[in-house]
Design a protein around this ligand. Structure first.
Ligand code: PLP
Length: 379
């Protein structure tokens, strides 16, 4: 993990999570839907995991629906609300900086006759709530706005958004994949109806997550089949992963999250101090006042980011030039384009460094030195 600085793409499993998954895989192999003792034991573990997760958000256990991760949670929430409320209206609102799991789902709904408003962001990547107020219409049925952005780490004004929506019947969904486990989230206090998460972003396993669905939010099933998850998500539950996810979140108490934010703030400072001392030109992409310290998106004018990524990779150092899910193709970052405009050179000169479990001050110092040297020689 020494050179891994791409925790916004995915994170390593914590040893406690591996131990918990191993316990379930070897000892609790019954099907939670079976009525014999093996099944009942599995069902009990499933409900314990649900309790742990529900209490991390301060919600009721049955408001948690297990899914295969962020993408499924987003699709379930967005398509479910749009289709089931189309009598009331066919207008949806989201932002230009969402993850493809939301954006592509919205594009799909556009092909089905829905109208989508994509709210802009400013140069800091921040959303202005006045834009949301202006976009809301009587036929708006859903507002889907991410909690934290995966490329800049920006925290969006979720509390203000929820307040605006209090006087509007639209359902409020938030993609909290990057925020859950990093900041304390209280959906009920904020007025969030639906919330998506994914375990592999907080040191849990890949391919598992959950959707928080408030009691007051009816939502049709997305997957049809068995009666699992109170008929809200068919398919035998991925028990070992679900229990691993619950273990991962149990290790991230609000106090622990605060300590981690402090640590990652200091890591970010190590990097920027090294750059400043060497006289390297850099600029932060994002809102320094409202962001997760885990993510540091930096622009180095005159330095090509994919070359920088390759040179760092040769040294065993991993960063990203965009979100992992779109990094396979060389499309410029839609988030940076939303901030700086189409074809802005920023999209080719920016990298995302993201800190996480396993990174130490020594690792970060070494990384900062290598990065500074490479950028300095290229500028
Ligand atoms: N939403 C955001 C903000 C993300 O960062 C990601 C993953 O990168 C996803 C959704 C998709 O989650 P998953 O990989 O669990 O499908």
């Amino acid at each position: 993990m020494k050179g891994y600085f791409d925790h916004a793409a995915t994170t390593p499993l914590r040893p406690e999570v591996i131990a918990e998954m191993q316990r379930i895989l070897t000892e609790v192999y019954g099907n939670p839907s079976s009525i014999h003792g093996y099944g009942r034991q599995a069902a009990m573990e499933l409900e314990l995991a649900r309790d742990t997760i529900a209490s991390s958000l301060g919600v009721k256990a049955h408001e948690i629906v297990f899914t295969s991760g962020g993408t499924e949670s987003d699709n379930t929430a967005i398509i479910g609300v749009a289709e089931s409320r189309q009598e009331q209206g066919r207008h949806l609102i989201t932002t230009t900086i969402e993850h493809p799991a939301v954006l592509e789902t919205m594009h799909y709904l556009e092909t089905q006759g829905f109208e989508v408003t994509y709210l802009p962001v400013d140069e800091k990547g921040q959303l202005h709530v006045t834009d949301l107020e202006a976009a809301l219409r009587p036929d708006t049925t859903l507002v889907s706005i991410m909690y934290a952005n995966n490329e800049t780490g920006n925290l969006l004004p979720i509390a203000e958004i929820a307040e605006v929506l209090q006087d509007h019947p639209a359902i409020f969904h938030t993609d909290a994949v990057q925020a859950y486990g990093k900041v304390m989230i209280r959906p009920k206090e904020l007025g969030i109806d639906l919330l998506s998460t994914s375990a592999h972003k907080f040191n849990g396993p890949k391919g598992v997550g959950f959707l928080y669905k408030s009691d007051q939010t009816p939502l049709p099933a997305y997957l049809h089949g068995g009666e699992q998850e109170e008929k809200r998500r068919a398919g035998t539950e991925n028990l070992a992963s679900i229990c691993g996810m619950a273990k991962a979140i149990s290790l991230l108490t609000p106090e622990q999250q605060e300590r981690e934010r402090e640590k990652y703030r200091s890591f970010g400072k190590i990097v920027t101090d090294h750059l400043a001392e060497a006289g390297v030109k850099w600029q932060l992409n994002g809102d320094s006042q409202q962001k997760l310290p885990q993510v540091l998106n930096l622009r180095f004018p005159g330095v090509t980011n994919d070359l920088l990524l390759l040179k760092l990779d040769l040294k065993g150092l991993a960063i990203s030039t965009g979100s992992a899910c779109t990094a396979g193709n060389i499309e410029p970052s839609h988030v940076l384009e939303a901030m700086y405009g189409h074809k802005s050179p920023a999209t080719k000169e920016s990298i995302r460094i993201s800190f996480g479990y396993g990174n130490t001050t020594e690792d970060v110092t070494l990384f900062a030195k290598e990065l500074t040297e490479l950028v300095k020689s290229a500028q």
